[in-house]
Design a protein around this ligand. Sequence first.
Ligand SMILES: [Zn+2]
Length: 281
Amino acid sequence: MPSPGPQNAATAPVTLGTAVTTGKPGSGPHRPAQRLATRGDGQGVASAFGESVGFGRVVRLGDVVWPEVPEKTLVVVPVGATEQHGPHLPVDTDTVVAEAVAAGVAAALAADGPVLLAPAIAFGASSEHAGFPGTVSIGHEALRAVLVETVRSLALWAGRTVLVNGHGGNVATLETAVAQLSAEGHDVRWAPCAAPGGDPHAGFTETSVMLHLAPERVRLEAAVPGDTRPLSVLLPELRARGVRAVSPTGVLGDPTGATAAHGAEILRTMITTALTVLAHA
Ligand SMILES: [Zn+2]
């Protein structure tokens, strides 16, 4: 996970309630954020964009037809990874989390105008997990190129691009790519999926969020504690030897006690933190 962002959520551009509730703002139970941005059944894209409340204005990019794309619309792009997440979480965990946080961010930002939610970039820089089957890493240079060309292409018709990153190994590449794009004059920001105090990988934090978002995909009976030393202590060894040498199960942290309720709260924190980071970017 990337390092925690600013703690003060009060400066987020809109309230979190807008981002994580569905139906009438401020009412109803919390729902998985990744389900919020889908257009209503039987509604065309144009009518979805035409609604005056925030949620109606978040549309999945994959759903649009080109004449209905608003000019200079904001586009939110989840950036994930495909890498082992222990014996109990699917390899697309970082992508699922990035999509959920991106959907929450998009819903919040939609209060200010139309927002398109792009398909996730599902391959990232995950070489530290290369010792495990299931991992697919395209490496830093390829990821940088993907990010740069994605934003350049979006910039031909979109306004601002917001990248929401779900994998800590992508951070250095994101910073490089965003710096390059900004220097080229593109309007681009990025935000992490950060939960202050969370454990690094396939532990309590990610297991809880996945139990909230996709419980049917979590093999909870296979969950085991991994190396629980802080990431700051583990990093040199991880970089030198890879995750497998440090944790044979691939878990860095401890999924014991993870629950969907914790996951819902952690997801709210991730969305709030991302909005705060974006508000200060
Ligand atoms: Zn992860």
